[in-house]
Design a protein around this ligand. Sequence first.
Ligand code: MRU
Length: 372
Amino acid sequence: MRVDGKPMRTIWLEADGWSVGVIDQTQLPHHLVLKRLTSLDDAAHAIRTMVVRGAPLIGAAAAFGVCLALHADASDEALEHACETLAATRPTAVNLRWALDQMAAAVRNRPRAERVAAAYARARDIAEEDVAINAAMGRHGLALIEAAASRKNGGRVDILTHCNAGWLATVDIGTATAPIYAAHDKGIPVHVYVDETRPRNQGAALTAWELAHHGVPCTVIVDNAGGHLMQHGKVDLAIVGADRATAQGDVCNKIGTYLKALAARDNGVPFYVALPSPTIDFAISDGLAEIPIEERSPEEVTKVTGLAPDGRIETVEITPHGASAANYGFDVTPARLITALITERGVLAPNRDALAAAFPERTGKQRPSNGS
Ligand code: MRU
């Protein structure tokens, strides 16, 4: 995507050919700060503290984290330590484990002298594959927005989204935003209601920032407003991202997604999940029982961070001092509440058969010969 006219991604290889550049997302939307990662610890710290976040970007950052580890030491022990360290950073987004498996498979059986080059090649491919997957989801999801626009005789299409499943959550383009950018770029009048997404405000801080930079009209709403808007016919469709989906199509995403799906169902609003295949965990079925839900620091609930009038970023307390708080990062939306899954291989029904038919190589089943 472009920021102030300049093309930009969330993660890149620096000019030295080995260190890794990222956008420090903890500073957005107030400051655009770039960071250079030079070690495994830098990469693990960036993921843990959410300098980089969003399931696909976490996967890409972990892949480059393995590269940084091997750049320092290409031994078997270093590879194992890197994978263990990175796997422990965040528990819910399965792209992390997927990317580490990909990296280990790419280097494990190679002679030491070839490992670093092989790691960087696979990490670059993971990043490029993410961009291609998102572009494909954009093409498939565009048809859904076009259909909504034609139902409204070319009138404005109002889309609700939660958290940040935009280009900042991926290497580029985004997942839930891919169809939105595609529609906007095609001249379809789209407007996005952006859930602020407490406690870390990824919607208010990140989604609103990136949509505005691309010229997509958007309105930030408090997390509890979505149901009200749907009751009053102000939302044509919802598109959200995913941190992990199961083989039967249950979807885990940022806390609050489930409530939006319930409100959408009650009001007949189509509820779509943009789901790149590395986010599907074919090893599990029941999202509620089997997906580990990250619990983060209660301080993210009891405090908020923002821009003070003097330009400093400040964190202030909003609860009685010492109040007890709980901070569940994600929730699970059962497949029955999802209208369809937007994947790189098309818009799929949220069920086991449709997912297995579209991704047979992940389930050990034969793929139809006309599949893309
Ligand atoms: O805690 P975060 O900011 O990493 O959570 C991000 C989300 O929940 C996104 O909606 C999800 O990763 C999809 S991103 C394309």
